[in-house]
Write a protein that binds this ligand. Structure first.
Ligand code: ZN
Length: 203
């Protein structure tokens, strides 16, 4: 089983619950409707990875996201996550109204920084993603259509959130393709205070 770092602990999440189209600007950039209830999909533990791998056969897209760690049914930690997506396959599946697992739940499709305990207010959370030294994505709580408190409530209606499970809160605009050698730096802030940051070189 794959694990993540939370403060000084090693944690093995049973699943990652992902939210799609949670930023208006991103929904628009992919020509999707802005949803009236959260779009929810899962990535299994086998998709979790601490390294970043580019696709070898097909191009993958990155989606930088604020990731929240759940303990005792509450949001206990925050980290930076990359929801890797095979956009070509996802577009084919979407067209046919089919599930997205082939495009979203494959091995190494959920890349995480370490997680840190969250004592700051959720409203203050924001992310930045730099690729090869240029700002690719930024966003945060104020721009989310569905806020984390509501997401937790809504998800819990359908799924038991085990200790260590992760919620990926959706991506702001600026998603795109990446290649081997690209340099990523993902950071989570509370207002202007850096909470956690991680760099990856795509392999
Ligand atoms: Zn996403």
């Amino acid at each position: 089983m794959n694990s993540i770092r939370f403060d000084t602990q090693t944690i093995t999440p049973s699943k990652v619950v992902c939210i799609g189209r949670n930023y208006v600007d991103h929904a628009k950039e992919l020509n999707n409707e802005v949803p009236t209830s959260p779009v929810i999909f899962l990535k299994p533990n086998s998709a979790i990875c601490n390294e970043l791998y580019a696709g070898t056969e097909q191009t993958l897209h990155y989606e930088g996201e604020i990731a929240l760690l759940i303990i005792g049914g509450e949001i206990a930690g925050a980290g930076f996550g990359l929801d890797l997506t095979n956009r070509d396959i996802q577009n084919q599946l979407k067209e046919k109204g089919l599930p997205w697992e082939r495009a979203k739940a494959f091995d190494r499709a959920a890349v995480f920084s370490a997680f840190v305990p969250l004592t700051q207010p959720l409203e203050s959370l924001r992310l930045e993603l730099d690729i090869n030294g240029a700002r690719a994505q930024q966003g945060g709580y104020p721009l989310m259509i569905f806020k984390p408190e509501f997401l937790l409530q809504e998800i819990s209606r359908f799924f038991t959130l085990e200790d260590g499970d992760i919620i990926m809160t959706g991506t702001p605009k600026g998603v795109g393709a990446f290649r081997q050698g690209d340099q990523f730096k993902g950071s989570i802030f509370s207002c202007d205070t850096l909470l956690v940051s991680q760099e990856w070189t795509a392999q």
